[in-house]
Design a protein around this ligand. Structure first.
Ligand code: OAD
Length: 251
């Protein structure tokens, strides 16, 4: 599909609540590897060794080495037109919410201000003892290797939701509420293999939202969507913007 039908364009223009739900694919054009599929991180690394509480307990040096490497990739990456289109949309209207599975910090760097980062943020750390949270750069801890708490000197860990861990309940409750009320849900660059984000998208659809998926591949959400764009989000999203707001060029 190249363009949205007139009826859907009108529904988007009138919508009082729009959700963008993003996954690793939106950052792929910025040079950040996805997790599954060709070149995906989980093809070359075992999640059990790197992204579980048990892995961190067993070998924190290895886990930190992996996150330091990934953080460096994220730091050197730049937001692409996909991130920038969403940031423009949020600036234009306060009826637009962004829920992301990404920890790479590219949405905030694109200018999105209100973001639910469901899986955490790779630039943030949390103390394994006192639970204090820090932004690595702000406390001068943006170095490779183990890092220790400024308050209690215990080991710090990435502030990321690992396999087998619970989501932040406040963020989750807010996400369910937003999805239940939404009139449009854009599902972008996610394989929908992780159940909570996939369920969030389905909740929106079951509550009447018009679903638009942007992903070069089909996913197990595709059949629930009204529209599927099989292209790259950095190309498709600006096109959709131009169709919805023909007289308003993107910043
Ligand atoms: P995946 O790696 O599972 O899926 C990425 C999706 O992006 C695939 O469906 C691709 O087809 C699609 N894709 C690739 N390039 C794209 C592009 N340019 N435009 C649009 N789509 C594109 O990533 P997620 O679904 O985000 O968890 O993975 C979910 C979670 O699994 C991640 O947040 C991560 C991982 O374990 C944590 O790190 C906690």
């Amino acid at each position: 599909m190249d363009v949205l039908p007139q009826e859907s364009l009108e529904t988007i223009r009138r919508a009082k609540s729009i959700i963008f739900l993003t996954g690793a694919g939106i950052s792929n054009e910025s040079g950040i590897p996805t997790f599954r599929g060709e070149g995906g991180l989980w093809k070359n690394f075992r999640a059990e060794d790197l992204a579980t509480p048990g892995a961190f307990q067993k070998n924190p040096e290895l886990v930190w080495e992996w996150y330091d490497w990934r953080r460096n990739i994220c730091k050197n990456a730049k937001p692409n037109p996909g991130h920038l289109t969403i940031a423009n949309w949020q600036k234009k209207s306060n009826s637009v919410s962004l829920i992301t599975q990404n920890v790479d910090g590219l949405h905030p760097r694109a200018g999105s201000e209100s973001i639910i980062e469901l899986h955490g943020n790779i630039f943030r750390v949390r103390c394994t003892n006192c639970s204090a949270k820090f932004h690595l750069e702000q406390v001068g801890l943006d170095h490779p290797g183990l890092k220790f708490c400024k308050h209690c000197e215990s080991l710090l860990r990435p502030d990321i939701v690992w396999f087998g861990e619970e989501y932040d309940q406040t963020l989750l409750t807010k996400s369910w509420e937003l999805c239940k009320q939404s009139q449009i849900v854009f599902v972008i660059g996610t394989s929908a293999n992780v159940s909570v984000p996939a369920q969030l998208a389905l909740t929106a659809i079951r509550n009447g939202a018009l679903g638009i998926e942007i992903n070069p591949a089909e996913t197990n959400l595709t059949t629930s969507m009204k529209h599927h764009f099989g292209g790259k989000s950095g190309e498709v999203l600006p096109k959709i913007w131009n169709e919805v707001f023909p007289n308003e060029p993107l910043d």
